[in-house]
Design a protein around this ligand. Structure first.
Ligand SMILES: Cc1ncc(COP(=O)(O)O)c(C=O)c1O
Length: 416
């Protein structure tokens, strides 16, 4: 989609003035509600609940208490002297890997679980890719006392096996999805199907800033705590970052980190997508980089599809980035040019993961390693800059795949 300079400025001004999503749940041309009639009552009920409950003092107080005493917020801001020396930059890490259950996903999961409880839901369904959202949802449901069913693509149950066991231990039922691409996209399809069957009693706890309105807004609001904390922590320690990096799957950790910095026009914001094995369609999950406008899972955004309109199967070494769509707010941020979106290949991410382990004593999630790889490349082109990187999660869940991709096998695997 191309727009002229005047339209771009108009959209950017509206964005910075906080006017998105608008009354129709749109972020400029993107977003909205593209759902079957049967789902409309459930989505309307949720939108009303979000409008009335989310800003209420009682809900915010309950959420703040859970974030502080159960999630473990604020998460640390860590200076990274080892990476700084290697890259010739001043590197800072926002440590969502230290949050309860090991990733940023918990911020959204506990917020929505509290919302579901307040709306009178009797059970919760969720989808998961890397398993981090599934684990977060299972933990949050246990915390509020609601039964939880997690749909997970069969491929992901294999590559993220430790998280399947964790979800079950936390009391969730994990349903492997064998249809479609057997990854995140198919898992979302199944969760929506379940929700449609009982929209009154079932709450769909969606894990990223995607889906029909109000989800992209709701998830952004619940994840914005990352950027609010990081901006204040940076200010207190060293001042503003010059560039901020986050990996982009559906886009929740990235929008959560970027949101507080949008109005700081001098701060470069960089989203890093999964470049997978290469640039060809089907070899990566770089939706913003290679996608075109279309509808998936209830919203109009950028998508990876072929010339016949068929949604493409994606590839990424990281399950959490392996999705052919992206949240509508990111599509708008790309359109107005406020965020740069770049890619990091599987190999670059694996190398960045290794480097972070030995330089900082931190094992990042494979998803977060993409943000590190993007930051490393930026540092090479902009020596001496102060960089803030969103460490969206920890890499313990990735041990099975990391053993497979042991250093010397990498080149062969990437070529396979
Ligand atoms: C650690 C981690 N980071 C990032 C992501 C990508 O999701 P999102 O783009 O919604 O932040 C995932 C998804 O599972 C994840 O587990």
């Amino acid at each position: 989609m191309a727009i002229d300079a005047e339209e771009r400025e108009r959209l950017l001004a509206a964005l910075l003035a906080g006017r998105f999503p608008d009354g129709d749940g749109r972020f400029g041309p993107y977003g909205g509600q593209y759902i079957p009639e049967t789902l409309m009552p459930a989505v309307r009920r949720l939108a009303d609940g979000v409008r009335d409950l989310l800003p209420s003092a009682a809900f915010q107080a309950r959420l703040a208490e859970e974030l502080a005493t159960w999630v473990g917020r604020p998460t640390a801001l860590t200076h990274a002297p080892g990476l700084s020396a290697r890259w010739g930059a001043d590197v800072w890490l926002k440590r969502e890997d230290l949050a309860h259950t090991g990733a940023h996903k918990i911020n959204n999961a506990i917020g929505q679980a509290l919302l579901a409880e307040a709306l009178g839901a009797r059970r919760i369904v969720a989808e998961t890719g890397a398993g981090q959202h599934g684990v977060a949802a299972a933990a949050a449901c246990a915390r509020v006392g609601l039964p939880c069913v997690v749909y997970m693509g069969e491929v992901d149950t294999e590559r993220q096996a430790p998280n399947v066991e964790r979800m079950r231990r936390l009391g969730a039922e994990v349903v492997p999805v064998t249809s479609g691409d057997r990854t995140l996209r198919a898992a979302i399809d199944e969760a929506i199907r379940d929700w449609v069957a009982d929209p009154q009693g079932t709450y769909y706890l969606l894990g990223s800033a995607i889906g029909p309105h109000p989800y992209p807004y709701l998830v952004r609001e619940l994840q914005s705590v990352i950027g609010r904390e990081a901006r204040a922590q940076m200010q207190e320690r060293v001042g503003r970052p010059q560039a901020v990096f986050a990996c982009v799957g559906g886009g929740s950790n990235a929008i959560g980190l970027f949101h507080a910095f949008l109005a700081d026009r001098e701060v470069a914001l960089v989203g890093v997508e999964a470049g997978g094995k290469g640039a060809a369609l089907g070899q990566n999950a770089a939706t913003i980089h290679g996608g075109r406008p279309g509808v998936l899972h209830g919203n109009y955004s950028l998508l990876l599809y072929d010339d016949d309109g068929l949604i493409q199967e994606t590839h990424s070494v990281s399950a959490g980035l392996d999705y052919p769509g992206v949240g509508p707010e990111h599509a708008l941020l790309k359109l107005v040019g406020r965020v740069d979106y770049v890619t990091a290949t599987d190999t670059e991410a694996l190398d960045a993961l290794d480097e972070c382990c030995v330089a900082e004593g931190i094992l990042p999630a494979l998803e977060s390693a993409h943000a590190l790889a993007g930051a490393k490349r930026y540092a090479a082109a902009h020596p001496g800059t102060r960089l803030l990187i969103g460490m969206s999660g920890r890499g313990d869940k990735d041990m099975p795949i990391l053993s497979r991709y042991a250093r010397r096998e990498r080149a062969d695997d990437a070529a396979a």
